[in-house]
Design a protein around this ligand. Sequence first.
Ligand code: XIL
Length: 341
Amino acid sequence: MHHGPRKSSLSSAAAQNGLLFGTALCTSHLLSQPLTRAILRECSIVTSEYEMKWDAICQVPELPDYASADGLVSFASDNSLALHGHTLWWHEAIPSALRNAADNRFREAALEHLRATVTRYAGQMHSWDVVNEPLEPAHGRGNGLRETRFAAAFGPDYIETAFREAASLDPRAVLVLNEMGLEYTSPAAEQKRRQMLALLEREKARGTPIACLGIQSHLTALEQPRDHQELRAFLREVRAMGLSVMITEMDVSDHLCPRDRKQRDTIVAETYRAYLDLVLDEAEVLAVSTWGLSDDRTWLNGFRPRPDGAPQRPLLFDGAIRRKPAWHAVKDALATNRTVT
Ligand code: XIL
């Protein structure tokens, strides 16, 4: 049973400022007692890392399997944890049998999946990543929209379609447009921020019920700057539109850092602190979530392996579920009282 925020936990630090703190998890994580205890102690929201994705539920399109997703919903409900659903429509989570289906078949299947899933959990979800990663400036479209099966089959209105359907079926869930790479300093990232603002303005003008911008926050230590004026300006514009923000998938890759653990852990902690201070200063943040709680479960060993082959140390707990310097950095940032300027 979740005992609510306790002293010196991330969830209690977050609660001091009306925030939720959480992590992404799979039902397999719950087989580990130490990890489950840490999740219950530290978190007030959890995110489905994999098991609520379309390709995970519909491995057999005609036979959607919600067993694992149901397990996550029960775990959250039994422990009074908020649940952030990830993700309804994402180009990297299309069931293989549908990837090359005809447009009308694809549309029908994508809508059926969204409707069935949102309906199944209506009233139990804190929020949904309704659409994930809609932008890709490199695809050369004027509006920056990523070339995906959703854009091809529905046209650019697919975002409005998804959000209107989700809002009609679960009016209580916070509906999130989730994106990666808005945090970086490259010219492409600045272009992506501009295109995201234009997209949000367009959707707002047509009444698309987007309530919140999800910022994945997959950061790289030694690349993420201490301060970042363009990101500050972007967040101020998002706030001026009346949109809240969720930090949805935060982790700090240490693949550019020296091998020495103490050095890596210090650099990673400093990166978390500077980034969170910036975002919490500028945005109306609902929740801060990391993409996993302990280093041994990070997706980064597959996605961004260190050149020297040493296991990544990107998260707040080590493989033995001991708090790292990054835990203290995040706790301090969450607990810092910020006057809205
Ligand atoms: C990743 C998961 O962590 C992996 O386990 C899975 O194999 C691939 O997807 N952006 C996202 C997440 O929105 O869904 C991705 O999660 C990480 C990048």
